[in-house]
Design a protein around this ligand. Structure first.
Ligand code: FPP
Length: 235
């Protein structure tokens, strides 16, 4: 048994299972997302308390637009409500909010405003960095990065250039790659999330549906991660 590794600097979470959680209870999908939002709040606090420096959540993918207008509208209403209530506390806790994704387009106007307010208000904070993926897709992110580099006149690029041109790169303070990616609800796939950044990430899957995911389970997953040996292709 080796020594325990440090707490992961960056944990990314695919918050899956809100719909099934609601269905099991005869509730609407939106009630499921509402409960999912409560879980998210608890996990942010727990991650911060444990010394995690970067927390990234997959809140809305480029594919999620295929859902009903009602569900999509409801998710963004939740986001606006969340920001109105939580922004002050996040700011007081010195947390910095980043958005990964094409958030300036296609989102409802009040959601764009809420997001802009959060990014601007917390821009100089130095505590936990909370990255919310909104209208995010990893392939889109990579294509956008290449086009950015091409527009700078590059004819050849390095891996570092690509990392810097992603949403997680320079524009959001060069967030390090995730050490640990957690997906809830029993699904075991990446679903167009952080494809480039996940090259050496550790994965943890749990059957728990996101609204039932607790800070205690988060902690036990992190503790299990700390016993893993990471070799990055070396020995
Ligand atoms: C996956 O559950 C969850 C989502 C697509 C949205 C996640 C949203 C939240 C946790 C609340 C909103 C938070 C923000 C910041 C906007 P699912 O609906 O795919 O579950 P299912 O697979 O059981 O249907």
């Amino acid at each position: 048994m080796g020594e325990k590794k440090p707490v992961p600097a960056h944990v990314a979470v695919i918050m899956d299972g809100n719909g099934r959680w609601a269905e099991l209870r005869g509730l609407s999908k939106l009630e499921g997302h509402h409960a999912g939002m409560d879980s998210m709040k608890e996990i942010i606090k727990k991650a911060d308390a444990m010394g995690v420096q970067y927390l990234t959540v997959y809140a809305f993918s480029t594919e999620n637009w295929k859902r009903s207008r009602e569900e999509v509208g409801g998710i963004f209403e939740l986001l606006v409500k969340y920001m109105a209530i939580e922004l002050k506390e996040m700011d007081e806790k010195n947390m910095k909010v980043n958005i990964f994704g094409d958030w300036q387009h296609r989102l409802p106007e009040d959601a764009i405003e809420a997001v802009r307010d959060a990014v601007v208000t917390t821009g100089n904070n130095t505590g936990l960095v909370f990255n919310i993926c909104l209208n995010y897709g990893s392939r889109d992110e990579i294509v956008r990065a290449f086009n950015k580099l091409l527009s700078e006149g590059r004819t050849e690029v390095t891996a570092e250039d690509i990392s810097r041109a992603l949403y997680s790169g320079e524009e959001n303070g060069n967030v390090p790659d995730p050490d640990l990616i957690i997906r809830t609800s029993g699904e075991e796939r990446l679903s167009n999330f952080l494809l480039w950044q996940a090259a050496y990430s550790e994965f943890a899957f749990t059957d728990t549906l996101w609204p039932d995911f607790t800070p205690e389970e988060f902690e036990s997953i992190v503790e299990e991660y700390r016993t893993r040996e990471r070799r990055y292709g070396g020995r």
